[in-house]
Ligand binder design. Structure first.
Ligand code: FAD
Length: 321
C-alpha cells in the first residue's frame, strides 16, 4: 500500500542538511508511490523548494514564520505538531541531529505516537517497514518492524544513500500558518565555532586526535591533514578534557556520533566510550605507537608509529594526489 510520508527539511548555515536528503530518500522507499511531503520552517525558505523537489519531494509545506528562523523547542514543537495534524502522514522522518533528537520525542509524546530513533537503515516489505538501529553503544544492531500505525523515525546522518537528484523533479507548495504562542526561550545570537565549518556529524572524512596529540599545538598537524583531505577535525574526550581542543569536537558516547566514509584516529587508545561514537565509520585508520591499543581491533588499517611523524607524512603524500 502506498503511504504519505512527511520529512522535516533542516537548514543549517544556509544549506539544506544532507541528512534531510537522506530522510527524503528513506521517505521515497516507504512511500511506495505515495506522496513525499517536506516541511520547511522559517521566513525565507523558498530557495530550498527546488532542491527538495529534485531530491524527491512531491509537495512542500512552507511554514513561514520569523519565530521559526532559529530553532527553539517550543516553537518547532508547536509548528511541527500542527503540520502533522494537518497532513496526517502515514510516516514521519527527521534527521537524528541535535534538532531531531530534541524535537521528535516531544512531538511523538504530544501525538501519542511511538518513535524509533537513530535508524541506520530500513527495508520495506509490503506494508511493513523494518528499521535497523544501533544498541549497546553501537556494539549490536536491533531490527524493529512496524506493520501498523503511524511510523515516526529519526535517521542517523551518513547512512542512507541519497541517490541522484532528478533535475526535472517538481513539487507543489502549500503555505501553512502555524499558531505559535507562549515561547519560553529566546535565542539572541548563534555563535558558531570556526571548527564547525564542516559539520562533524555529516563529514565524509574525519581526522580525530586523542591524548596522544599531547597539546593544542599538536592538533595543528591534524588540521593540516584535514585541510588537504577536505575533512573535519574531531577528538576524543581525553583530548578535550586535557584542554587540547573544544568539547564541540568530542566524539563518543557523550559526544557526537559520526559515520564518515573515512575516520583517521591519531593517538586515540580506543576506549569503549570513544568507539560508541565512531565504530560505524566505513573505513577506520588508526595511528598509535602502542601496537596493543584497542583501537586497532576496530581499525581497517593500522599504523603503529609516532603520529608526529606519520601525520605530516600523510599530509605530504595527499598533497601530491
Ligand atoms: P588515552 O586513553 O590516554 O590514549 C592515548 C593514546 O595515544 C594511547 O593509546 C597512546 O598509545 C597513544 N599515543 C601517545 N603518544 C602517541 C604518539 N606520539 N603517536 C601515536 N600514538 C600516541 N571518551 C571519548 O572519547 N568520547 C566520549 O564520548 C566519552 N564519554 C565517556 C563517558 C563516560 C561516562 C566515561 C566514564 C568515559 C568517557 N570517555 C569518552 C572517556 C574514555 O573512557 C577514555 O578515557 C578516552 O576516550 C581516552 O581518550 P584517548 O584515547 O585520547 O586517551
Amino acid at each position: 500500500m502506498s503511504k504519505n510520508v512527511l520529512v522535516l527539511a533542516e537548514v543549517r548555515s544556509g544549506n539544506l542538511r544532507n541528512v534531510s536528503l537522506e530522510a527524503l530518500s528513506a521517505a521515497k522507499q516507504v512511500a511506495n508511490g505515495g506522496k513525499v511531503i517536506a516541511a520547511l520552517f522559517g521566513s525565507d525558505m523558498d530557495s530550498f523548494v527546488t532542491p527538495l523537489a529534485h531530491y524527491g519531494a512531491d509537495q512542500i509545506y512552507l511554514i513561514r514564520n520569523k519565530q521559526l528562523d532559529i530553532y527553539t523547542t517550543d516553537a518547532y514543537t508547536q509548528a511541527f505538531t500542527q503540520v502533522i495534524q494537518e497532513v496526517k502522514p502515514d510516516a514521519i522522518f527527521l534527521g537524528h541531529t541535535a534538532i531531531g533528537k530534541d524535537l521528535a520525542p516531544r512531538v511523538a509524546a504530544r501525538l501519542q505516537l511511538g518513535l524509533i530513533s537513530d535508524c541506520t537503515g530500513l527495508e520495506v516489505n509490503g506494508d511493513e517497514v523494518i528499521f535497523t538501529r544501533p544498541i549497546y553503544a553501537g556494539k549490536a544492531f536491533q531490527k524493529k518492524k512496524i506493520s501498523a500505525g503511524t511510523i515516526f523515525a529519526t535517521i542517523r546522518p551518513n547512512n542512507i544513500p541519497i541517490g541522484d537528484p532528478n533535475p526535472n523533479g517538481i513539487a507543489s507548495t502549500v503555505s501553512f500558518e502555524a499558531e505559535i504562542k507562549d515561547i519560553r526561550t529566546v535565542v539572541k545570537e548563534v555563535v558558531r565555532k570556526a571548527s564547525e565549518s564542516i559539520d562533524l556529524s555529516e563529514a565524509k572524512i574525519i581526522v580525530s586526535g586523542g591524548r596522544g596529540v599531547k597539546s593544542a599545538d599538536g592538533f595543528k598537524s591534524l588540521y593540516e591533514l584535514a585541510e588537504v583531505l577536505g575533512a573535519a577535525v574531531g577528538a576524543s574526550r581525553g583530548a578535550c578534557d586535557a584542554g587540547y581542543c573544544d568539547y564541540s569536537l568530542q566524539i563518543g558516547q557523550t559526544g557526537k556520533v559520526v559515520t564518515p566514509d573515512l575516520y583517521i584516529a591519531c593517538g586515540i587508545s580506543g576506549a569503549i566510550q570513544h568507539l560508541a561514537g565512531m565504530s560505524n565509520s566505513k573505513i577506520i585508520v588508526a595511528i598509535n605507537k602502542d601496537p596493543e591499543a584497542p583501537i586497532f581491533q576496530v581499525a581497517d588499517f593500522g599504523i603503529v608509529g609516532d603520529l608526529f611523524e606519520v601525520v605530516p607524512l600523510l599530509t605530504e603524500q595527499f598533497k601530491k594526489v
